[in-house]
Design a protein around this ligand. Structure first.
Ligand code: UD1
Ligand code: UDP
Length: 376
């Protein structure tokens, strides 16, 4: 029996981990024992426990409480507490997801304790090192023994950095790289069948655009934050569209901090803006499936827009998910009102196709199979 220590800590990681935990429970329970560690990075009920309850994730075996809010303190505290868990649990391998500070702390802890690191969602690059996630993912990839890439582009990005599939037994020096599709697609397909319309009814949503935002480059830059609020209100007014906005706690704090009373009231109580607390995953799928278009700076939400065949306006200057832009169904608008309006009109007017670019919805099974084969 392989003992795999899985580290999660931020909202998208709970969601990603659900796919692997489900595959272990259904098909690999005689081969893999999973020990779950929750880093404590996200802690509000609607950012954390709601996902454990709704997605059937096992209760974490270890949950950390973090004191620090800043990046360095957060990463250091997780790293420090992880080391003790690793020494006690002695896993055969350590599994991390994505590119958060939790991911980086996990990569460093695994590397320093000589435990093979498995990185799910490896190889993504924005080529923008001012983004905290870019450093986290580069360092994590370079510590990993087994790398699972959601796209061909991700495999290519790794190759360019010298991380190539090795013919030897997998190790940090001789890693194995697999293109396996996107485990978020597994989840979107699986949980689609549990979706209800309650969130739509409760918020009187029809004929609406779905908006999420949480990147520091938008929330922590007052002029960008204000521009985004302004351009969304104009778009909503112009097209008489409701904007459904489940607000991330970082963004809520930023709005309260950076907007003056008049600006805040104008946005939060705008006749077309429906601000709501963060929603559960199945409510989010309901919002995605029924909207006209998605406007976001989230990585996961960009892709889910694609999975549910919705056009997407990306409030960033670049994306890791270049395939959806190349496919012509998503557009990078950054915080340009002109680009937002032009892309909105274009994506509404042309016919869009969404070929399957993110696997077959069975990535988690593939990953578990490879873990069993490669980790001894
Ligand atoms: C983090 C990840 C980001 C990921 C996002 C998913 C890093 C560097 N960033 O960003 O890659 O896309 O999670 O949502 O790891 N807060 C609460 N309650 C919570 C969680 C956060 O109030 O449950 C507030 C805190 O004030 C915190 C702030 O949000 O300081 C930011 O949280 P943090 O986890 O540091 O970064 P995110 O913006 O959530
Ligand atoms: N999500 C959710 N409720 C919300 C907002 C997002 O369940 O109110 C889900 C969303 O469907 C996706 C994931 O959270 O699966 C994306 O997480 P987030 O945008 O926080 O981070 P990112 O993907 O940018 O790292």
């Amino acid at each position: 029996m392989l003992k795999i220590l899985t580290l999660v800590g931020a909202r998208p990681q709970f969601i990603k981990a659900a796919a692997i935990s489900r595959a272990i429970k259904n098909s690999f329970s005689d081969k893999i024992e999973e020990v779950i560690v929750h880093s404590g990075q996200h802690y509000d009920a609607n950012m954390s426990s709601v996902f454990f309850e709704e997605l059937g994730l096992p209760v974490p075996n270890h949950i950390f409480k973090l004191q620090a809010q800043g990046h360095s303190g957060q990463t250091a505290e997780i790293l420090n507490q992880l080391e003790k868990v690793l020494l006690n649990e002695k896993p055969n391998a350590f599994l991390v997801y994505g590119d958060t500070n939790t991911t980086l702390a996990g990569a460093l802890a695994a590397s320093k304790n000589h435990i093979p690191l498995i990185h799910v969602e490896a190889g993504l690059r924005s080529f923008n090192k001012t983004m905290p996630e870019e450093i986290n993912r580069i360092l994590t990839d370079h510590c990993s023994s087994l790398l699972f890439c959601p796209t061909k582009t991700a495999v290519h990005n790794l190759k360019v950095e010298g991380i190539d599939h090795s013919a030897e037994k997998c190790s940090a020096n001789t890693p194995k790289v697999y293109s396996c599709g996107d485990i978020m697609y597994d989840n979107s397909l699986y949980f689609s069948k549990y979706v209800k319309a309650d969130v739509l009814n409760k918020n009187s949503l029809e004929n609406y655009l779905l908006f999420t935002m949480h990147r520091p480059s938008n929330t922590d830059e007052p002029h960008r934050l204000k521009s985004i609020c302004r351009m969304l209100m104009c778009l909503a007014d112009k097209h008489q569209k409701t904007i459904a906005f489940p607000v991330h706690p970082r963004t809520k704090k930023a709005l309260l901090t950076h907007l003056n009373v008049k600006e805040l009231d104008a946005f939060m109580h705008h006749r077309f803006v429906r601000v709501m607390e963060p929603v559960s995953f199945t409510d989010m799928i309901a919002l995605e499936k029924n909207c006209e278009m998605v406007i976001t700076d989230s990585g996961g939400v960009q892709k889910e827009a694609y999975f549910f065949e919705k056009p997407c306006l990306i409030l960033r200057s670049e994306t890791e998910w270049v395939e959806i832009v190349e496919q012509g169904v998503a557009a990078i608008v950054d915080v340009s009102e002109d680009k937002l309006n032009r892309s909105y009109d274009l994506l509404r007017s042309k016919s869009l196709t969404f070929p399957k670019l993110f696997g077959d919805g069975r990535s988690a099974e593939f990953i578990c199979k490879k873990i069993v084969e490669e980790i001894q």
